[in-house]
Design a protein around this ligand. Structure first.
Ligand code: MEV
Length: 426
């Protein structure tokens, strides 16, 4: 019988990827020590480079998103996350998989206009000229327009009382297509700034993209068949209802919501990072969006479907790109995009939202039943066994014994390794 992906050795997994995904030998090399990012490329990416810093890259299994099977690369140092999403994706698959999408590719850029005596008159001036300004911006970015994107709209917002007095904020809305969009939007804002000064008589201070990308939301939802949630002594109904109770806690209490959303971001960030995208931008957008009502809340919702299934959904800002930046420069990010089979930022955003939802469910299912320490302890025991010198063949058995003895300690692991080696030498 074929071994499952998680039961395979590192080299067997690479072989499986080669067979399952359309990856070239160069792509596969990007996953190995001798491949991936090299120091010279790194030196061209940021300043004062002295070396590279590695993190584990694993492949989440079982995902069906918009009726397509997807292998999902995840870069993360925390154990249990990749196993957790893979298991939840298996449950989702039984309910038809994830449905996911994005609302638009529109990003918001902001200009801060100061030293105005009549803010409303300045805002009216800007809005009266918006059509002309948008046309000039289109001429400034012909390539983006050719790709089907470009400037969409100009809005104004007045803040009468701030620590620096009254200010007019001009929003430039740009369809950035498959780019993350920061460079595009920031250069358009810098182009626009002197024109806004001339129109209003004010002084433009900041010219910068907003990370609260609330026009560029990614969403995902899935049905999880109730009976599939059952395990050990827990019935499907108990697990389902426990998950909804856990979610209600996060929806009501910001202290819990912060941790709940941290779990969502365990999944989201790992894919954002694997594809060379800016995970700080995604983090900032997610948390600002979670607080949009004035109270910080859950990014997900959980309820009971008419047929008794567990129904989950997520919505969060998703400023990711598949062109430009590290997505194309970093060889492993390039290979990961190929593995995902995505051509557009919309497809990538849909996948990331699905992984965030799956990871939230993995955490809630554990928290609402046996607690999260059991799963963590199994993985922790493996790390202790490795640290004690266990070979790859010995790790599972020694870790299992450490857990069974409830003694996950380095000294005990070293005794077990010594015993094992002694027995095998007899
Ligand atoms: C740990 O990295 C994430 C969790 O704390 C998330 C949660 O509490 O929902 C388990």
């Amino acid at each position: 019988m074929n071994k499952k992906f998680h039961q395979q050795s590192l080299s067997e997994r690479l072989k499986s990827l080669e067979l399952q995904a359309n990856l070239s030998p160069e792509d596969l090399l990007a996953y190995q020590y001798e491949g991936g990012l090299d120091a010279e490329t790194a030196n061209a990416m940021v300043e004062n480079v002295v070396g590279l810093y590695s993190l584990p890259l694993g492949i989440a299994q079982n995902f069906v998103i918009n009726d397509r099977e997807v292998l999902i690369p995840m870069v993360i140092e925390e154990p249990s996350v990749i196993a957790g999403v893979s298991f939840m994706a298996k449950l989702a698959r039984a309910g038809g998989g994830f449905k996911a999408g994005i609302t638009s590719q529109q990003m918001i850029g902001q200009l801060q206009v100061l030293d105005l005596s009549d803010l409303q008159a300045a805002a009216d001036q800007v809005l009266a000229q918006a059509g002309q300004l948008l046309q000039e911006l289109e001429e400034f970015q012909p390539n983006l327009v050719r790709r089907g994107g470009g400037p969409i709209d100009i809005e104004t917002h007045i803040f009468n009382e701030t620590a620096a007095g009254a200010m007019l904020i001009v929003h430039l809305i740009v369809d950035v297509k498959d780019a993350m969009g920061a460079n595009l939007v920031n250069s358009m804002l810098e182009y626009l700034a002197p024109k806004i000064e001339a129109l209003t008589g004010g002084r433009v201070h900041l010219r910068i993209l907003s990370n609260l990308a609330d026009r560029r939301l990614a969403w995902a939802r899935s049905h999880f068949p109730c009976q599939r949630l059952a395990f050990d002594d827990y019935t499907g109904e108990q697990v389902r209802d426990g998950i909804i109770e856990a979610w209600a806690f996060a929806d009501a209490d910001p202290y819990r919501a912060a941790t709940h959303n941290k779990g969502v971001m365990n999944g989201v960030d790992a894919v954002v990072l694997a594809t060379g995208n800016d995970w700080r931008a995604i983090e900032a957008g997610a948390h600002a969006y979670a607080a949009r009502s004035g109270q910080y809340r859950s990014l997900t919702t959980w309820s009971v479907a008419e047929n008794g299934d567990l129904l989950g959904s997520i919505e969060l800002p998703m400023a990711v790109g598949v062109v430009g930046g590290a997505t194309r420069v970093h060889p492993t990010a390039r290979a990961n995009l190929k593995l995902l089979g995505v051509e557009t930022a919309a497809e990538l955003g849909s996948i990331i939202a699905s992984v965030g939802l799956a990871q939230n469910l993995a955490a809630l299912r554990a928290l609402a039943t046996e607690g999260i320490q059991k799963g963590h302890m199994n993985l922790h025991a493996r790390q202790v066994a490795l640290a004690a010198g266990a070979t790859p063949e010995q790790v599972e058995a020694i870790a299992a014994q450490l857990v069974a003895e409830d003694k996950i300690q380095l000294s005990r692991a070293q005794e077990l390794v010594a015993q094992w080696n002694g027995n095998n030498n007899d």
